[in-house]
Design a protein around this ligand. Structure first.
Ligand SMILES: NC(=O)c1ccc[n+]([C@@H]2O[C@H](COP(=O)([O-])OP(=O)(O)OC[C@H]3O[C@@H](n4cnc5c(N)ncnc54)[C@H](O)[C@@H]3O)[C@@H](O)[C@H]2O)c1
Ligand SMILES: O=S(=O)(O)c1ccc(CO)cc1
Length: 503
């Protein structure tokens, strides 16, 4: 069925899902699941087939105001729940997420496109993230400071929840990224109005259900979708909202950061990156090269390259450029593309049609400026938003590819003459999220770990994102962290209470 076929939609005024394993979509506002809202609706598309999955109701000002008011009520209620009880409730939510992992992973793949195994891993890892943040609810320690002035009995420095949070998340990890925000904010005692990406709303909706079924008060989580610019402007201006937390592009992060600053609201931005990979000489041949290539190709094309910390720029010694590029391109070319529901698929489609246009712009610009296209570069001629795994070599620094995050299946391999030169090129962009290097020499490992400027540096491994670790970037890649003890503190304020002798 194509988008133009409306016959199966809405029966008797209700909004129906069009695929049996995809749910009917609703917003969660003021404790009610809404299948209709005043902002109209849009269609959610399966990126592997371009067929419609369901209609998504969109919030207008009435629902957004109701969500903000509800979040205030939810905050008053949830902040009073003892940390240990918050911990118990959040652990229960994580367990429900695990129990529902198969169903949620299928929905995730249907609306986002990634292979089912990747979707399942995302869901179970999200449960682990919620578990870790639940533990942190019990560890929001304060400190006592000895008074220096007569008449004062105590100074207690405490952390208190910041208040209702407006959270915005993209479509590339539609369960993981809302889990990071909801897990930390709820653990801290905040309520949340979350706006997931309109392309992938069902994943977040099913996640929110886990929290509510676990016992989080209905007013403590509101979920809205709508016109992104209108929703964010509206919510950020609302007096109830105390903090803005966005995961997304640098451009949107800057915009929302400015809006938050105008109202002196707390802000966390987890934004884009442009991860470099430096391959030291001692890993550029033999078994070392085999290892680097295997890890790199897997990491590069995971989620079709739509990962904020995805490796993009590979720096290899000039003498090894030819062999590294040829083998990288050959491995990329062999990847099996297809629907994420097909077990043989190694790379799914891009998540929406605009990503294809963007990939084509990156490729045209790079080719036009003389970069060598080794493989790929085109949309795949079949239904769905499939784009070939693409590899460039020797792209001029002026290309869009070498300056902006492609956020898709495009890699670029660059030669270097000295390790210092490679480090300089790795640090040349205004981003600093993920960065990687490969070496078997301990001294070089330490040198690279120290010299590469990024929030997360992986040496000989791409696994920099783990539930217990802070996730975040420096420079334009963001402000603040998510996950772990660092993640929860961003949802708190410091409050100092001084108690004097009454008489
Ligand atoms: N650092 C991280 O943790 C991290 C993780 C995942 C993705 N990302 C980044 O996210 C980007 C890809 O996601 P995207 O393209 O959906 O990001 P995006 O910036 O377009 O959107 C992110 C979220 O903000 C919302 N939004 C709010 N106000 C908006 C406005 N005025 N205009 C547009 N959107 C608005 C969007 O609807 C969405 O929910 C990439 O740059 C990627 O690197 C970063
Ligand atoms: O799957 S993870 O490696 O934990 C991961 C990495 C990056 C992001 C954000 O794009 C989400 C999950």
């Amino acid at each position: 069925m194509r988008i133009s076929d409306h016959a199966l939609w809405g029966v008797g005024g209700t909004v129906r899902s069009m695929t049996s394993s995809y749910p009917t979509l609703s917003l969660h506002v003021a404790g009610h699941w809404l299948t209709q809202a005043s902002g109209g609706e849009r269609v959610v598309i399966n990126p592997a087939t371009e067929e419609p999955l369901a209609r998504l109701p969109l919030a207008g000002p009435a629902e957004l105001a109701a969500a903000a008011e509800s979040a205030q009520r939810g905050f008053e209620q949830w902040r009073r729940v003892r940390p240990h009880d918050r911990y118990v409730t959040l652990r229960r939510a994580a367990e429900l997420l695990r129990q529902r992992a198969d169903e949620i992973a299928t929905v995730l793949t249907l609306e986002q496109g990634k292979p089912l195994a990747e979707a399942k891993r995302e869901v179970t890892l999200s449960a682990d993230i919620i578990d870790v943040q639940a533990e942190e609810a019990k560890r929001l320690y304060g400190r006592g400071v000895a008074p220096r002035v007569d008449g004062i009995l105590s100074h207690t420095v405490t952390r208190v929840p910041v208040g209702p949070v407006a959270a915005f998340t993209p479509w590339n990890f539609p369960v993981n990224l809302p889990s990071r925000k909801l897990g930390s904010a709820l653990a801290a005692g905040c309520s949340v109005v979350i706006k997931p990406a309109e392309e992938t709303p069902a994943s977040c909706m099913l996640l929110v259900r886990c929290f509510l079924d676990a016992g989080v008060p209905p007013d403590a989580i509101n979920m809205v979708c709508g016109d992104p610019a209108q929703v964010s402007s509206f919510l950020i201006e609302r007096p109830e909202i105390a903090k803005v937390s966005v995961t997304g592009s640098v451009a949107v992060g800057k915009l929302l950061g400015e809006q938050a600053a105008r109202h002196v609201k707390r802000f966390t931005g987890e934004l884009g990156g442009h991860a470099p990979v430096i391959v030291a000489e001692d890993m550029a041949e033999g078994a070392g090269l085999d290892f680097v290539l295997k890890q790199s190709v897997t990491a590069k094309y995971r989620n079709a390259g739509q990962v904020c910390a995805s490796p993009i720029r590979f720096y290899v010694p000039r003498a090894q450029l030819a062999v590294f590029s040829e083998r990288f391109a050959a491995a990329a070319q062999k990847l099996q593309l297809g629907s994420g529901l097909d077990a043989a698929t190694q790379m799914g489609p891009l998540s929406h049609a605009r990503r294809i246009d963007d990939m084509e712009r990156f490729v045209d610009d790079a080719v036009g400026q003389g970069a060598r296209l080794l493989t790929g570069g085109h949309r795949v001629a079949r239904p769905g938003f499939f784009f070939e795994p693409t590899v460039f070599a020797e792209a001029p620094a002026s290309t869009r590819l070498m300056q902006q995050e492609p956020f898709g299946p495009i890699a670029v391999i660059q030669p270097y003459d000295t390790l210092d030169a490679a480090i300089e090129q790795a640090n040349a962009l205004p981003y600093g999220l993920g960065a990687y290097a490969f070496t078997r020499d301990l001294h070089t490992a330490h040198r690279l770990g120290e010299a590469i400027e990024a929030g997360m540096v992986g040496i000989n491994h791409f696994g920099v994102s783990q539930p217990e670790l802070p996730f975040g970037g420096i420079r334009e890649s963001g402000i603040g962290h998510e996950q772990g003890p660092e993640g929860i503190t961003h949802y708190t304020e410091i409050k100092t209470i001084t108690v004097g002798r009454p008489f």
